[in-house]
Design a protein around this ligand. Structure first.
Ligand code: ZN
Length: 211
């Protein structure tokens, strides 16, 4: 097995998933750039708590997790969201985590529902309840290729609350990155319209300023 591992390292050397340098799965330079802090941003009236300023390196780390399923990148995202959950003061509320739903197209391409998977890992590590409350009511385009107005249009009315969701808890929306806020705004709208209480959002990364 060791021989096979060494052979595969020769053919497919391990590269940093932040900058592609050959070596560790994440190099020290990228690790420094992915150092969780605490940032508070507002999307309409929604409080968004985040760990990392969105940058080209952060974007590559998110893509490594999302598109390539690299476990080390998942761990960085999970850790940063847990860090922010501990910084944001949710102590006086009965928090449950709500993942932002993925499109069925991206689920098929990636082989998993990315944020739902990340939030499950966070739930296991923090013992916070996870409520998979949202689903897409219609197909949406991948937001990454769209500018701000197109993103808002793409998400407008796109989500709904799944049948049978418990409405007691104070819900915290979890996503990997907030860029324009269109997705979070739609998620909060759908939950509020269904009588749920949204107390805010926690994201790994935040674009500053929001675009
Ligand atoms: Zn690197």
């Amino acid at each position: 097995m060791r021989f096979l591992h060494e052979l595969s390292q020769l053919v497919f050397p391990t590269r940093c998933f932040g900058c592609n340098a050959i070596g560790l799965t994440i190099c020290s330079t990228c690790r420094r750039e992915w150092h969780p802090h605490y940032y508070l941003t507002y999307v309409s009236s929604i409080k968004v708590h985040s760990a990392i300023i969105y940058s080209p390196t952060a974007s590559k780390i998110l893509l490594a997790a999302k598109e390539s399923g690299i476990r080390g990148a998942d761990i960085l995202i999970v850790e940063s969201i847990i860090h922010v959950l501990s910084q944001a003061d949710f102590s006086d509320v009965d928090v449950a985590l709500v993942p932002i739903p993925s499109s069925s197209l991206s689920k098929r391409r990636r082989g998993r529902a990315f944020i739902i998977d990340i939030v499950d890992q966070i739930g296991q590590q923090t013992s916070l309840p996870v409520i998979n409350a949202l689903e897409l009511a219609r197909p949406v385009k991948d937001q990454s290729g769209l500018h701000s107005a197109e993103r808002a249009k793409n998400m407008n009315g796109a989500m709904r609350v799944r049948a049978g969701v418990i409405r007691r808890a104070d819900l915290v929306l979890i996503d990997d990155v907030v860029t324009t806020g269109a997705t979070l705004r739609e998620a909060a709208r759908a939950l509020t319209a269904a009588g749920c209480h949204v107390v805010g959002s926690v994201t790994a990364c935040v674009a500053q300023p929001l675009r």
